[in-house]
Design a protein around this ligand. Structure first.
Ligand code: SAH
Ligand code: SF4
Length: 358
């Protein structure tokens, strides 16, 4: 990022304690960042002007601004952010559960939200079915740029700091290709004085860089992983995800077996279903075999077509038959509903916008 100033969101609380004196100010500043979602130094009312001026020489607060917001009929909101260097990324606010009230109007269940964040501008992996891949790779996001997506979405939706939220790393980019910044963001999210989002509320979705799955496992951050499997044989998987050549299916399965997971939990395998490619019962049968000795759950995803692709969305009947086969053979399996499809916020539909698109 050259001469651009780092954001305060780039640092863990421990690092800020090294950078900012006196130390008691760090807790206050942390509160401004993660409880009040301050946008700039002026917002930080109880911090002395001299300290704010000193900090403003070296740091910024919010490394991105919202340049576009699209609201879906189902409550999903897609955000387009412009970063300091003019590059853009997207994040999505997903309503997972509606608020429920009883007859007297009391809230019996709060609405539940998940934020889908990006980890890179573009992506290097180049999957043949993915819209993000079409724009190529531009750069990694910094830890602060990953963290800022959540802070900005919580602020924009007036979501109080102590309300629970889930994070899925399923936006633009391959999270494990930016592992250091990802790990730092995960750590910052977990800080109990900050956003307090535990590892078990964070899911890292990967196209299967097996060596990096091991590395993430060794960091012991307590996060879940989701594997974008999509195919049960290496030939088709390599057609869909070129780096399957270097990280084939068996290397991924072995890495998953080594990954530390909560014994009550399951590893999620995402299976993108494409018409006449991998939607047949023979594939379902092989999937059952492949996952036979793993505590797995499968999430079937309808391929979301976009302009210019030759792949097609599978029929609902084939999708349901596939799911039933898995369930009847002992695998937990859900079909992902494509949230925000009317605004292209669904998986794999995130793409960097050129100025023309804005
Ligand atoms: N790079 C990571 C995370 C981002 S992609 C990964 O690949 O896992 C998030 C999910 O969207 C992945 O499971 C990906 O395979 C899926 N996806 C990509 N393109 C899609 C499309 N056109 N339709 C449906 N899902 C898609
Ligand atoms: Fe990258 Fe994931 Fe898209 Fe593949 S599916 S190109 S890994 S963002």
């Amino acid at each position: 990022m050259g001469k651009l100033k780092p954001s305060l969101l780039d640092f863990t609380q421990k690092e800020l304690l090294e950078l900012i004196k006196p130390n008691f100010r760090v807790k206050q500043i942390y509160g401004w960042l993660y409880h009040q979602y301050a946008k700039n130094f002026e917002d930080m009312k109880n911090i002395p002007k001299a300290l704010k001026e000193e900090l403003a020489q070296k740091y910024i607060v919010n490394p991105m601004k919202i340049v576009k917001k699209e609201i879906s009929t189902d409550g999903t909101i897609k955000y387009l952010f412009e970063l300091q260097d003019g590059k853009t990324v997207e994040a999505v606010w997903l309503k997972m559960k509606e608020e429920l009230t009883d007859e007297a109007g009391n809230v019996t269940q709060e609405a539940k939200y998940t934020i889908c964040v990006s980890t890179q501008v573009g992506c290097k992996v180049g999957c043949s079915f993915c819209l993000t891949a079409k724009g190529g790779f531009t750069r990694d996001l910094t830890a602060g740029e990953i963290v800022a997506q959540v802070v900005n979405l919580k602020r924009d939706n007036d979501h109080k700091h102590n309300r629970k939220i889930n994070i899925v790393y399923m936006g633009m980019g391959e999270p494990l290709d930016n592992l250091d910044n990802l790990a730092k963001a995960i750590e910052i999210f977990q800080d109990e004085d900050g956003l307090c989002i535990s590892g078990k509320r964070q899911t890292v979705s990967t196209s299967g860089l097996s060596s990096k799955i091991d590395k993430l496992g060794k960091m012991d951050l307590g996060v879940h992983i989701a594997i974008s499997l999509h195919a049960v044989d290496d030939e088709l998987r390599t057609e869909l995800i070129p780096m399957n050549k270097a990280h084939n299916i068996s290397s991924i399965i072995e890495a998953v077996k080594r990954f530390p997971i909560d014994t009550r939990k399951r590893v999620m395998f995402e299976y993108l279903v494409i018409k006449n490619k991998n939607d047949d019962i023979a594939s379902a049968k092989n999937l059952v075999k492949l996952l036979s000795d793993i505590k797995a759950k499968v999430n079937l995803i309808y391929f979301n077509p976009y302009f210019g692709t030759t792949y097609e969305r599978p029929s609902r009947a084939d999708m349901v038959a596939f799911q039933e086969y898995l369930i009847n053979h002992g695998l937990l399996c859900t079909i992902r509903d494509s949230k925000g499809i009317d605004i292209s916020a669904a998986c794999g539909q995130l793409k960097e916008k050129t100025e023309r698109d804005l």
